[in-house]
Design a protein around this ligand. Structure first.
Ligand SMILES: Cc1cc2nc3c(=O)[nH]c(=O)nc-3n(C[C@H](O)[C@H](O)[C@H](O)COP(=O)(O)OP(=O)(O)OC[C@H]3O[C@@H](n4cnc5c(N)ncnc54)[C@H](O)[C@@H]3O)c2cc1C
Length: 442
């Protein structure tokens, strides 16, 4: 039988990326008892994930050290799979953790969006960020031929990282057309550091060809990936490769927010200017509120942390920096909008749900996500629809939001232990919906 640990804090932050680290530290430095829960072995999130204990960049070092120096209780390896008005439940290696809070900050980040195309389930076809994470974790990449395909700035970041680590990146296939990218480039000129960073990434990946208006139509190979067929300028080109890293930009992790009844608009968690969601005392920061990069996540995290600690005036000091970086989020949204051709890549026998082996053709015959799940088991495997659900949203325009625990697969013993175990300590919070602001008159 696993242990059940019960703890209670003033502020609990879920997610240890830039937004979560900034939120937890800001609240703790203002005297609150704070816990930071993250499902990875170390804090840092997607961008500051490191293969060694040494933080990867100056920003990473700054925030990881600042968090360590504050009195934040960092609980790594804790995956929050359920949340209620006053407590969250996480699974750890040693058992179940129930953690009570007065204020909760959701900083759960985003994940890559994957779209199905023939051959996308072949070994060595993976997410672009996933491939980068594997290399950071020790996968040998030196001398391997890599193609990166999809859309968004992550492709360039991954190309630079893999090139630096000895990979032979043959090409970067960006589905956005040149005019969209040029508009994005112009928008980033308002952010000289960002523009410099983009140029630096391109310099580091200079040996890789960069094709615009180009996307994968098939991954080819018998038992494992041998080549990728790319659509470019109206014709199909085959590029031999050992790895294909694919990612069609990012999609936010909003499952806990849905479960807590927070309002979600156009796929993102809606917040007020203090990053508070429609549920009183529940804040949200970083990519679940919009895909905007590390600087925006940190600014939102600071605002959420100060506001959750009751220091609203301090939070307001970060409004200008947040407003500035929201410009990048807007520019990304329009530059990397997905083209309709991408919804037509899958064939009837292409697997859509890779966990439950459900082909695209079977899902296509239904008219909603719910019907498809009930009839085909699509989205009911270990990833809980994170991959196929997000794809189905784009492919069929379905509403795929769900709000029932567990948001991640958990051990049966954890579910059994949830029954009959109450919240950790009496923290006295009740779920309260924040009143809507009155419409402005005149
Ligand atoms: C795969 C991937 C790779 C990326 N690589 C780069 C890069 O190389 N360069 C770059 O500039 N940008 C990169 N980005 C974008 C970058 O992550 C964002 O710009 C930004 O830093 C996001 O910060 P965040 O704090 O909002 O979220 P994140 O950094 O995503 O942090 C969220 C954290 O919350 C954890 N989490 C989520 N749900 C739970 C839960 N229920 N319980 C416990 N923990 C949970 C996640 O595991 C993660 O550690 C990448 C994004 C992705 C998805």
């Amino acid at each position: 039988m696993n242990n059940v640990a019960q703890l209670a804090f003033d502020v609990v932050v879920v997610g240890g990326g830039p937004a979560g680290l900034a939120a937890a530290t800001s609240a703790a430095e203002h005297g609150k008892r704070v816990a930071l829960l993250d499902d990875n072995p170390r804090p840092g999130g997607q961008i500051w994930r490191s293969s060694t204990n040494a933080p990867a960049s100056r920003d990473a070092k700054y925030w990881i050290e600042r968090t360590a120096q504050s009195n934040v209780q960092v609980i790594s390896g804790a995956r929050v799979f359920s949340a209620e008005a006053s407590f969250a439940t996480a699974e750890t290696d040693t058992g179940l953790l129930q953690i009570g809070f007065e204020k909760l900050v959701l900083a759960t980040g985003a994940r890559e969006l994957f779209l199905p195309f023939p051959g996308w389930t072949l070994p060595n076809v993976m997410g672009a960020g996933g491939l980068q994470a594997l290399v950071k974790g020790g996968l040998p990449i030196k001398g391997k031929r890599v193609v990166l395909a999809g859309t968004g700035p992550l492709l360039l970041a991954v190309a630079a990282y893999l090139s630096e680590h000895g990979a032979r990146v043959a090409g970067i296939c960006e589905q956005a057309a040149w005019p969209s990218l040029a508009a994005f480039g112009l928008a980033t000129l308002r952010f000289p550091a960002k523009a410099r960073e983009a140029l630096m990434l391109r310099y580091k990946s200079r040996d890789a060809k960069y094709w615009t208006a180009s996307w994968p139509v098939a991954a080819l190979g018998k038992d494992r990936l041998e080549a990728v067929a790319i659509s470019r300028n109206g014709s199909v080109h085959e590029i031999p490769c050992d790895y294909l890293g694919c990612g069609f930009h990012l999609t936010p992790n909003t499952e806990l927010a849905h479960m807590l009844g927070c309002r979600v608009e156009e796929g993102f968690v809606a917040t007020n200017e203090l990053q508070e969601t429609s549920q009183l005392g529940i804040y949200c920061a970083g990519e679940p509120t919009g895909i905007g990069g590390m600087e925006l996540s940190v600014a939102e995290g600071r605002i959420a942390g100060y506001a959750a600690a009751g220091f609203q005036e301090k939070a307001k000091e970060f409004f200008p920096v947040r407003a500035r970086y929201r410009g990048i989020a807007e520019a990304m949204k329009s530059a990397f909008r997905l083209r309709p051709e991408l919804a037509k890549l899958a064939k009837a026998d292409t697997l859509l749900c890779r966990c439950e082996d459900v082909p695209f053709g079977r899902v296509q015959t239904h008219d909603s996500w719910k019907a498809a799940k009930l009839h085909t088991r699509c989205g009911m495997g270990p990833c809980q629809g994170r991959v196929c659900g997000s794809a189905a949203k784009f492919l069929f325009g379905w509403n795929v939001d769900w709000n029932r625990p567990p948001v991640f697969p958990v051990r049966c013993s954890s579910l059994a232990q949830m029954q009959g175990v109450g919240p950790a300590g009496k923290v006295g919070r009740e779920a309260t919906t924040r009143p809507e602001p009155k419409p402005k008159v005149g």
